[in-house]
Design a protein around this ligand. Sequence first.
Ligand code: UT7
Length: 353
Amino acid sequence: MNRTKIAGVGKYVPDWTITNFDLEKVMETSDAWIQERSGIVERHYIRPGEETSSVMGAKASKIAIEKAGIEPKDIDFIIFATLSPDYYFPGNGVLLQRHLGITGTEIPALDVRNQCSGFIYGLEVADQFIKTGKYKNILLVGAEYHSGGLDFTTRGRGVSVLFGDGAGAVVLQPTTEEGKGVLTTHIHSDGTSAELLANTSPAMHGGYYDEDKEKYGFSDDSEYRYVVMTQKMLESDLLYPFMDGQEVFKTAVRKFPEVIIEALKSTGYSTNDLKLVIPHQANLRISQFVQKLLRLRDDQMFNNIQKYGNTTAASIPIALSEALDEGKLQDGDLLMLAAFGSGFTWGSALIRW
Ligand code: UT7
């Protein structure tokens, strides 16, 4: 049977760099707090109106496609992971197809809604299609435009300082090279704590998930059931993402190692065999915890959250692109990808490069 190989990788981040000191000017925060709690030094933002997540996704895709030595028209399946799509619907997959000028191919475009784990979820889906021989050039993209949806007042500082914009993309192809490619993938979810890291408004729940409809400002009158946005949402912090940072942190440092060990066990490898681990870049402290728990050396762990913040679905392909540019992966190396985030969802992928 075919295995899936990553044939081309691309990344794109907007050139507007926002330092912690820039954030100090708009909210009560400090470079010291942000660096100590998250490791982040700077992140990149889109200039409003100039780009979107699908536009950034297209820029990263063009690089990945070129590196794979193919043309956009050769892509036979698009998978787009994002929590910050251009529209409520349709999803970014079809918009990316349009940006790449390949609408005439009528290839399928799938949108993945798994936040920080979106890239790993997309990889598992793509892997199944490649293994069965159905598709031969799958474009998997993760892109996020966070800066347009964050609360930049002091009220939102616990979340806003962490996130950045950017995109990463890979072209996935079949390989018959002995022992190479995606060796195993594992994806999981547990919706018990769905609201601990979430953006629940605007949306179509009409107050269903809350006993107190007052919270969202929904009227009891059934004619307002389908209201997507209320005046109260506009006037409060309900339109912004919410995160119970400490709970998310505690679960992340359990689930990252768990799902990495799951991948190792299923293939018979140990942490010593790993050349590089690329975790979703959620927080440098989380990565350091995971590294310590798994007794990984510094050179086995890749971190670049310092420069980009948390770019959710884009963080793994951005990091992969950078690791390759820095010569950290050679032919035959064993690479572990792992993610955890909102949902909660989490996953891992073990790849022989
Ligand atoms: O990618 C998806 C997964 N996401 C994550 O994995 C994130 C997981 N969580 C975290 O990374 C951490 O919980 C945070 C970095 C979000 C927060 O760090 P923390 O050590 O858990 O801080 P905290 O939320 O307990 O807040 C400590 C203090 C609070 O003040 P008081 O109540 O002690 O007076 C906050 O109000 O820090 C305050 N604070 C800030 N101060 C300056 C919160 N945000 C900021 C800020 N600047 N930006």
